[in-house]
Design a protein around this ligand. Structure first.
Ligand code: ZN
Length: 375
């Protein structure tokens, strides 16, 4: 069945948000570092503002009444334990009970963060249930804390639980799927999602990220999966400065062919907008219309193979000014609406030097294709 982009009837886009997501406290860290005698305390990059401003922008547009809002409930620990051991939950509980601190590697938490992390997982699980049951065509989960760096037993890179991976696991365990794809365009490597499914052929994990940004020494193109999962992990480590041309070329040459060969029954997008041109942590060059275009291309795959099923989980993205426009662009495409609001930054960023496909980017994509597809 094929749906046209402008068809709005009978297609519901779920919109999972909670004010409580913004109450996850990342303490008075400076950027992403713990204050010390060398570092004045400041604002943590992963603070509520980027996501809250996205919610505010949606409310300011004609898109809001078209979305199907859902109030999430905390995921039960038995769902979280399908990936994370009880010892990981207990460890986070202890740090929260102590008043907060680093729950792992660069992952500050406040007193209520465990409960809010359960609520983030609960939002993703609800979206999977609604989309799999046919209540929604697709869904956007605007959750905090993010999840794609979390390992089964280590909180990492602002992530406590592996939200997107838990959604994929739930789709397999509860809804009987055998082919789920994750397409992660956050500027950092989706190392947690990769690790969780590295030897599992039921989940194709794809990550487009800035080469060797975070975690360090993670996300090389040679990491293709192991055992039964060999060939089901695809890393695309793009050089810094990659913009519209490089990303869309990587989509056409690598992401879409890999998805077409896999034939996913559900697509999950761990979506970080730190690959945008205005991000303080990344050095890529995307603009909101690029995220819209990548979403459109994934929707074509989803329409062909997965009855349209796509779930977006919000990951990184640290520009409070620009993340809202990127998120809105993705939501508009998911909801099949024409542009509801003009992005005042889009023309500026589109005119930046280096937006077109460069020689280095083309060579990188060719190398990944050779390593990944043998052609
Ligand atoms: Zn990120």
């Amino acid at each position: 069945m094929h749906f046209h982009a402008e068809t709005t009837c009978s297609r519901k886009t779920g919109w999972v948000t909670s004010e409580l997501y913004y109450w996850h406290d990342t303490l008075n860290w400076c950027g992403f570092m713990e204050p010390s005698l060398d570092l004045q305390p400041g604002v943590h990059f992963e603070n509520p503002e980027t996501k809250r401003r996205l919610q505010n922008l949606v409310e300011a547009t004609d898109l809001a009444p078209k979305l199907h809002a859902h109030r999430p409930r905390p995921a039960p620990d038995e769902v979280i334990r399908t990936i994370h051991p009880q010892s990981h939950i207990d460890h986070i509980a202890r740090v929260c009970a102590s008043g907060g601190g680093d729950a792992g590697k660069l992952t500050p938490v406040g007193p209520a963060s465990l409960d809010i992390a359960r609520l983030a997982v609960g939002g993703v699980i609800a979206a999977v249930d609604k989309v799999m049951d046919g209540d929604w065509y697709n869904a956007y989960v605007l959750c905090r804390p993010p999840g794609h760096h979390a390992l089964p037993d280590v909180a990492m890179g602002f992530c406590l639980f592996a939200n997107a991976a838990l959604g994929a696991k739930h789709a397999i365990d509860k809804h009987g799927l055998s082919r789920v794809a994750t397409i992660d365009w956050d500027v950092h490597h989706g190392n947690g999602t990769e690790a969780i499914f590295y030897d599992d052929p039921r989940v194709l994990t794809i990550s487009l990220h800035q080469d060797n940004l975070f975690p360090l020494d993670s996300g090389p193109m040679e990491a293709r999966g192991a055992g039964a999962g060999e060939g089901y992990n695809l890393n695309i480590p793009l050089p810094p400065g990659t913009g519209t041309g490089g990303y869309l070329h990587a989509f056409d040459e690598l992401v879409i062919p890999a998805l077409e060969a896999f034939g996913p029954e559900l697509l999950i997008i761990p979506s970080g907008f730190d690959s945008c041109a205005m991000d303080p942590l990344g050095m890529q060059m995307l603009k909101s219309s690029d995220y819209a275009e990548m979403t459109r291309r994934l929707m074509k795959v989803a329409d062909k193979h997965a009855e349209g099923r796509i779930i977006v989980t919000h990951e990184g993205g640290y520009s409070p000014q620009y993340v809202p426009y990127c998120g809105l662009a993705v939501l508009e495409v998911l909801a099949g609406t024409s542009q509801t609001f003009t992005d005042p930054f889009d023309d500026f960023i589109g005119a930046y030097g280096g937006q077109e496909l460069s020689h280095d980017q083309r060579m990188l994509v060719e190398e990944v294709r050779r390593v990944a597809f043998g052609s």
